[in-house]
Design a protein around this ligand. Structure first.
Ligand SMILES: Cc1cc2nc3c(=O)[nH]c(=O)nc-3n(C[C@H](O)[C@H](O)[C@H](O)COP(=O)(O)O)c2cc1C
Length: 246
């Protein structure tokens, strides 16, 4: 546990102007490959950060990452820490299987947030709201927020629930509440592509109804790939535009 995780409500609840100006200058958006050679300009750096207990949200997160990468972005797929005790996880086979299967997925850190130009955050719907583990991750970002390091990033969200009307839209809105406080630019699907309609027509963010067999419909994964690409394009445009103002 480091100080990074301590909430730091700054005086006046306002990040410093200097920090915000630094963000407006924006980081470079060129990727360097492992040989150190410069590759073609990427659209943006996109972090897909999610919580998933039984794997549904994880599958959609993978599709988001794939869509962003196919659109030319440099990407990171990250899970937030699992806070449940091992004994509790072990008592539910689907949960245990997913935790074991995704042990190799890197855990999200503050570096992922400062590195990225755009975020896709995923959470299961829990009582119509964001799941606690992702909210805990958000709650640990006070020090970054206070320095203005989370402002001006593109952000979108995705969720799933057991029922078709089980609270998907309210969950997306609870995620966006944090984005508004960060000063992020929310990138909603709207009705910008046929894949949005095919996935159920949710203009707030990609959402799905969980299937008892754990499968996520192809239409949902297609919408997630589309939104991964849209997020990358919007994040890239934002970085270019803000850099022009620096
Ligand atoms: C504590 C808890 C609360 C939940 N709340 C809701 C809910 O409000 N509405 C709903 O339809 N499903 C609800 N669910 C079901 C999950 O949203 C659903 O199973 C989801 O797809 C799980 O995603 P995951 O496989 O990524 O963990 C809840 C599940 C849990 C464990």
């Amino acid at each position: 546990m480091t100080d990074d995780w301590m909430p730091a409500p700054p005086a006046g609840y306002l990040p410093s102007g200097a920090a915000l100006r630094a963000v407006r200058g924006g980081p470079a958006t060129r990727a360097t490959n492992r040989t150190g050679k410069r590759e073609a300009t990427v659209l943006a750096k996109i972090a897909v950060i999610y919580y998933s207990a039984t794997g549904n949200t994880h599958k959609v997160a993978q599709a988001f990452e794939e869509g962003a990468r196919q659109a030319g972005a440099e990407t990171r797929l990250r899970r937030v820490p699992e806070p449940a005790p091992e004994a509790v996880i072990a008592s539910m086979p689907a949960w245990k299987a997913h935790v074991d299967a995704t042990a190799g997925v890197p855990v999200a850190t503050h570096d992922d947030l400062t590195w990225a130009d755009g975020y896709a955050f995923g959470s299961p719907t829990r009582y119509g709201a964001v799941a606690g583990p992702l909210k805990s991750f958000f709650d640990g970002t006070g020090p970054l927020w206070g320095q203005g390091l989370l402002a001006n990033k593109a952000a979108t969200a995705f969720t799933g629930a057991a029922n078709p009307h089980g609270g998907q839209e309210t969950t997306l809105l609870t995620i966006y509440n944090t984005m508004y406080h960060w000063g992020a630019v929310v990138v909603a699907p709207g009705y910008t592509d046929r894949s949005v309609y095919a996935a159920g027509g949710n203009p707030y963010g990609v959402s799905f109804t969980a299937s008892p067999d754990g499968a996520v419909a192809a239409e949902i994964l297609a919408a997630a790939r589309y939104m991964g690409g849209r997020l990358a394009r919007c994040a890239g445009a934002l970085v270019q535009g803000l850099r022009g103002q620096a």
